[in-house]
Design a protein. Structure first.
Length: 192
């Protein structure tokens, strides 16, 4: 099985995340896309980041009606701070019959050469790159790389930061969230 790994804090997950992941699942050779919820780093100030399990619950609620989308808490049990290469190594041990690919925005690809063991990641994994609103120049070493695929996914201008700010300001953000996520946020009074 081919799995695309979509990493993020998903604080909260919104329709932009869901639209992008579903588009990639439907328009690529991936069988599933896993939303890998990034845990709270013990070295960073919490600010408005919800608890790991609350964010996982939102991802679960957002993806439960989609066959090709799955929540993942795989990084919750790994040492912090965690690096993508460590997560990939762990996933290979746990799921030896799966093939894992990374899903990232073109802005992340720009700094990919700074990632720990990025050469090993590229050697063993495909990378699916989706466009961002701000055009970023791709580093020449990644321009025509055989393991890097540019996906012509819809460009989403929505951000979790914007949603949190709007909630705090008392605005109605219901259309920006999957229905089950909105119900959970409203019930729990998050971000107010």
């Amino acid at each position: 099985m081919k799995i695309g790994l979509y990493f993020g804090t998903f604080n909260p997950i919104h329709v932009g995340h869901l639209t992008l992941a579903n588009h990639i699942a439907e328009h690529s050779n991936l069988d599933q896309v896993w939303f890998v919820v990034t845990p709270q780093s013990p070295f960073k100030k919490k600010s408005s980041l919800l608890d790991n399990h609350q964010r996982l619950e939102m991802v679960y609620r957002a993806t439960k009606d989609y066959d090709k989308l799955r929540p993942s808490d795989i990084e919750f049990g790994l040492n912090q701070p965690n690096y993508t290469i460590d997560t990939l190594t762990y996933l290979h041990e746990k799921f030896p019959n799966h093939e894992f690919a990374l899903i990232m925005g073109e802005d992340n690809l720009k700094s990919f050469h700074k990632w720990k063991n990025y050469e090993i990641i590229l050697e063993n994994h495909y990378i699916y790159v989706y466009p961002r609103l701000t055009k970023v120049k791709t580093a020449s070493q990644f321009k025509d790389h055989p393991k890097i695929f540019n996906i012509s996914a819809p460009i989403m201008g929505l951000s979790s930061t914007f949603i949190r700010q709007e909630i705090k300001a008392g605005k109605n953000i219901r259309p920006m969230l999957p229905e089950h996520v909105w119900e959970y946020l409203d019930e729990m009074n998050f971000y107010k």
